[in-house]
Design a protein around this ligand. Structure first.
Ligand code: SAM
Length: 243
């Protein structure tokens, strides 16, 4: 890849984007969980519950939780008996996750540093691939979707949750004001890091619209690619199947 890509609202080289996304998550790792609660008013917990209900993890099945960060989604799936590999490009996020898993006495999780664009796993390794609030941070999204397809078994499911802009007129204005003005300030007050939270908001605005992302999922080879919007499209669950 040689063309410029967006890092938030800035245009940078692909290599610089990957490096700077790494810096963002290393910077926010220790405060990531408390910031999630503050930024979403605790709603991210409900969204993740709903997401995992859609994934329907089964006891003993192998699931790859990509961009799994500090483990929120993986923990929910492991509690239902799935064997979950939490993979993320950022070792600092995974380290916080491992500590959290230890405090909760959760066992059976595998933690692995991986770039979603080029996975080290053999093809047909997993029954489900999940990626929550992660894909918008990946530099080459098509490469990541191709890798998701490769590592899934036949009959495996791709499940993704991501933010987008809401379609509800009044709500979308309110949300834009909250995201652009309030979230970076909370980031400054709580984590002394306004810039990282400004990037997170900008990256949401830059992420493809749900129909465009659904088309990318289908292009990667998944069948029955679909988008299920929640909250007027503020958060969308995407799914697809490898047959
Ligand atoms: N899934 C977790 C959750 O919902 O709480 C963490 C989401 S966090 C907003 C985004 C994660 O994506 C970060 O942990 C970051 O390191 C990871 N990430 C960004 N680019 C990545 C890449 N190319 N490959 C793997 N992980 C990546």
């Amino acid at each position: 890849m040689s063309d410029k890509v967006n890092f938030g609202d800035e245009l940078v080289s692909p290599e610089e984007k990957t490096r700077r996304v790494g810096e963002v998550f290393s910077s926010v790792a220790r405060r990531y969980d408390v910031m999630n609660d503050l930024m979403s008013g605790g709603m991210h917990r409900l969204w993740k519950d709903r997401f995992v209900n859609r994934v329907k993890p089964r006891p003993g099945e192998e699931i790859l939780d990509m961009a799994g960060g500090t483990g929120d989604v993986a923990f929910r799936m492991a509690q239902r008996g799935a064997r979950v590999t939490v993979a993320d490009i950022n070792a600092d996020m995974l380290a916080v996750g491992e500590q959290r898993a230890g405090r909760r006495g959760l066992e059976g999780l595998t933690w692995k540093v991986e770039n979603a664009e080029a996975l080290s796993f053999a093809e047909a390794s997993f029954s489900a691939y999940t990626i929550v609030f992660g894909v918008r941070n990946v530099t080459d999204i098509s490469a990541a979707l191709g890798e998701a397809y490769r590592v899934l078994k036949r009959g495996g499911r791709f499940c993704c949750m991501e933010f987008s802009s809401s379609d509800w007129p009044g709500f979308s204005n309110l949300y834009d004001a909250w995201a652009s003005n309030v979230i970076p300030r909370i980031g400054k007050a709580v984590a002394d890091d306004e810039e990282s939270y400004r990037y997170l908001v900008e990256s949401i605005r830059r992420f493809p619209r749900p129909n465009a992302f659904t088309a990318m999922v289908a292009d990667a080879g998944f069948v029955r690619a679909a988008a299920e919007p929640m909250l007027g499209g503020l958060v969308t669950i995407y799914s697809g199947w490898k047959i």
